[in-house]
Design a protein around this ligand. Structure first.
Ligand code: S3P
Length: 435
């Protein structure tokens, strides 16, 4: 599907951020291996979380899914099978495009008395899995994969898990969660050392489910424990809300209210960076939902200036870099993003994909091994650009179209459905979609 977006003269509107993808994956996975029945509301409507649901069903987990009221996510009822109750799947498990499904489920499948094969689409089969296979193997799991056990399909063939002390080579919440999930079924305690903080939804949710898990600064320690089912009301996804934060701040005449956004401090780096760039952005009606901080975010047109983005804030905004590139292009001055080499191994190489469209839109920019430099001029040109089948690149291009001098056409825009199926409808509601 090819979609074109042109800049509306003015943007006024209210958006309800869809349910958070990271929290949705965890809510259904963790309840699947818990004791009891849980209800999950505002579950992410994206295809990635649906991959997790179908994969868990193939492992014998009973999950009922009902559509939620308009503007809200689906409701799920999950009947937990307990820590050791998953069934051997009758066929290959397909995680689609979802790295979170593949890595976290690797922690759940490791060391079980069954054979399971986990694969996904072309993008997923090119993403690094050795980072989870190596420590899980050290814990005693038997796992094989393509390319010297570093690429999916991955084959899980049992083993007995022991606790380990593991120093993570990258600040990745997926990797941390994989090891903690395996640690739940190990013979003794597991300790993970993180190089920098990454999203902590796993730690929060496992604590709420009764796991013996403790954080000591950047270290997390877990003891083998059973989990009790817990109901989860999923907060709105800040990674989806970020598109509207940038659109509102970068457009010359905009006011956007984004309702119900999860603002967990391990996810909210995008707010800090936009504020440092001069964005007029306020958090209202701050509250707590299911152990996660939530707020409404109001954003209006702002004079943006370039900034440096690097160091420990990178994992706290890793998925928002592609849309922050739009803010950087619309700012005055240079934005320099470094320490973000992980972007090269996401759904696509997001540094290369961003440089590709920025260059085509007439913006002076340069890619580096671990980031990019963007010379902001307050203008983005139009054109036809490749989404590289990456949901966040496609949606960043949609936001670029809301602020560009002439229309932007996005190839394969429907890939937004991986995390935000209502994205183009919301662009239309804000007056941006031309066809
Ligand atoms: C996620 C963690 C991040 C992020 C991904 C979701 C998660 O990946 O990019 O979209 O739910 O844990 P890494 O932790 O590998 O950086």
């Amino acid at each position: 599907m090819t979609l074109s977006v042109a800049r509306p003269r003015k943007i006024r509107g209210e958006i309800i951020a869809p349910g958070d993808k990271s929290v949705s994956h965890r809510a259904v996975m963790f309840n699947a291996i818990a004791d009891g029945v849980a209800r999950i509301t505002n579950f992410s409507p994206g295809a990635d979380c649906t991959s997790t649901v179908s994969l868990l069903r193939s492992l014998g987990v009973e999950i009922e899914r009902e559509p939620g009221p308009d503007g809200q996510g689906d409701s799920l009822t999950v009947t937990g099978r307990g820590m050791n109750g998953l069934e051997e799947p009758a066929d290959i498990l397909d995680a689609g495009n979802s790295g979170t499904t593949t890595r976290l489920m690797s922690g759940i499948l490791a060391g079980r008395k069954m054979l399971a094969v986990l694969t996904g689409d072309d993008s997923l089969r090119s993403r690094p899995m050795g980072r989870v296979v190596r420590p899980l193997t050290e814990m005693g799991a038997v796992i094989r994969g393509r390319h010297n056990d570093s690429l999916a399909p991955l084959v899980f063939a049992g083993g007995q898990l022991r606790g380990i002390e593991f120093t993570m080579p990258v600040a990745s919440a997926q990797l941390k969660s994989t090891i903690l999930l395996a640690g739940l079924r190990a013979l003794d305690k597991t300790r993970v050392h993180q190089p920098a903080a990454s999203r902590d939804h796993t730690e929060r949710m496992l604590t709420a489910m009764g796991a013996d898990i403790k954080s000591y600064g950047l270290d997390v320690e877990i003891q083998p424990t059973e989990l009790s089912a817990v109901d989860v009301e999923v907060p709105g996804d800040i990674s989806s809300a970020a598109f509207w934060m940038v659109a509102g701040a970068a457009h010359p005449d905009a006011e956007i209210m984004i309702r119900g956004v999860g603002v967990n401090p391990t996810r909210s780096g995008v707010i800090d960076v936009l504020k440092a760039m001069g964005a007029d952005l306020t958090l209202e009606h701050q509250r707590e939902v299911a152990g996660e901080p939530v707020a409404d975010i109001f954003v209006r047109s702002s004079r943006l200036r370039g900034t440096d983005i690097n160091g420990d804030i990178i994992p706290l905004l890793i998925d928002e870099v592609p849309v922050l590139a739009v803010a950087a292009a619309m700012a005055e001055g240079q934005t320099n993003i470094t320490d973000a080499g992980e972007l090269r191994v996401k759904e696509t190489d997001r540094i290369a994909a961003t440089i590709d469209w920025l260059t085509g839109a007439g913006i002076e920019c340069e890619g580096h091994a671990d980031g990019l430099t963007i010379q902001g001029s307050g203008h983005v040109g139009g054109g036809k650009f490749n989404s590289y089948d990456d949901h966040r690149i496609a949606m960043s291009l949609g936001v670029a179209g809301l602020v560009s001098d002439s229309p932007i056409t996005v190839l394969n825009g429907e890939v937004a459905g991986i995390s935000y199926p209502g994205f183009w409808k919301d662009i239309g509601r804000l007056g941006g979609l031309v066809g």
